[in-house]
Write a protein that binds this ligand. Structure first.
Ligand code: ASP
Length: 346
């Protein structure tokens, strides 16, 4: 039995004893919550068809409900995060799992990470090409290896040894992402210095839209966060974004908050966005709204970085700031019904 499970079991036992004189069981009253995102970018009512919007809202609903069902039945936050993300990884609408963007060479290289708020255990994979569910692989790294972060062929062979489901790289192919690659290659060919283009915000973030992530709070008061992505369209040379980088794209700490990010990864890495938000909560006693707004609307905007985050604290407070025109997002808590958002003004 892991230490944290032992602590939870002892705490639950103590609670039961304390409640034995017909007092209500406080575990049943503890808040539970989940928030998810499906990417941030140039999403406006004009460039999203009614049908596509309905499909996206439906997918976000299904993923949120899948995660919430885990929490409602007493499951752990990490299980809720994985359940929600796997629904989105399997949906070709999102840039994660099926539907992942293409690299410059016309393949798919996927990144994912996961973190626990009680023990700060974490796991991540990057540049994987044949693992069906990168978030499951990230979790396996956390729970079944001595390491935190595995990449490329090593991560693949670890996943095979662990019996995780393998697919051909073409499993991740979709026509709409292929078409985005062609447009991205055209844009790259029109610039003399492609490294400058990739490093700066002129890159059309519609090319990458759809990274997915989740944060959850379970009835034991534990937070977890996870993120999964295909990265940036036409990425080269083994490029890794923020999504698998603990502290940049994913962070969870019961003493502050849980965060999953989406946006221009180069900026999220350099400004260690997820951990910075939680540090502001932890050391400056800011609310998740204040901390998220400072980092997304001040720090990142001043730097030229675009994107957004979902944030959840141990009381079940949620904030979902973004500095792009839209961010696919949804949440549900024991106090608030399911809400789904896409555009800025909702
Ligand atoms: N953050 C991801 C990356 O840079 C992309 C995204 O979230 O849109 O790889």
């Amino acid at each position: 039995m892991k230490l944290r499970h032992l602590v939870i079991a002892l705490t639950a036992g103590a609670t039961l004893l304390a409640c034995s004189d017909n007092e209500p069981n406080s575990v049943g009253d503890a808040p539970i919550a989940i928030a998810i995102h499906g990417g941030a970018g140039t999403i406006t009512r004009d460039n999203l068809s009614r049908e596509k919007e309905a499909e996206i809202r439906e997918a976000l609903t299904l993923a949120t409900e899948a995660g919430y069902a885990v929490l409602e039945s007493g499951g752990e936050a990490v299980d809720a995060v994985q359940a929600a993300i796997q629904v989105l990884e399997e949906n070709p609408l999102f840039n994660a799992g099926r539907g992942a963007v293409y690299t410059y060479e016309g393949r798919h290289e996927l990144d994912a990470s996961i973190m626990l708020g009680d023990t700060l255990e974490a796991g991540a994979v990057s540049g994987v090409t044949n693992i069906k569910s990168p978030i499951e692989a990230a979790r396996a790294v956390m729970e079944r290896s001595r390491h935190v972060f595995l990449s490329g062929e090593g991560a693949e062979s670890f996943a095979r040894e662990q019996g995780l489901e393998q697919v051909s790289n073409t499993y991740f192919n979709t026509p709409h992402r292929y078409e985005q690659l062609q447009r991205a290659l055209t844009a790259l060919n029109q610039t003399e210095d492609e490294t400058t283009l990739i490093a700066h915000q002129h890159w059309d973030n519609a090319f990458n839209m759809g990274t997915v992530g989740a944060v959850a709070l379970d009835a034991d008061g534990n937070l977890a966060a996870g993120t999964s992505t295909g990265g940036m369209t036409a990425k080269r040379w083994g490029r890794i974004g923020d999504s698998p980088v603990i502290g940049a794209g994913t962070w969870a700490d019961n003493e502050s908050c849980a965060v999953s990010a989406t946006g221009h990864g180069e900026y999220f890495i350099r400004y260690h966005v997820a951990a910075d938000i939680c540090s502001r909560v932890k050391y400056q006693q800011l609310s998740v709204v204040e901390a998220g707004d400072q980092v997304i609307h001040d720090v990142l905007v001043n730097a030229g970085g675009t994107g957004g985050v979902i944030i959840l604290d141990p009381m079940g407070n949620i904030s979902m700031p973004f500095n792009t025109e839209g961010m696919y997002r949804a949440s549900k808590t024991s106090n608030e019904q399911l809400t789904v958002g896409i555009y800025r003004e909702e």
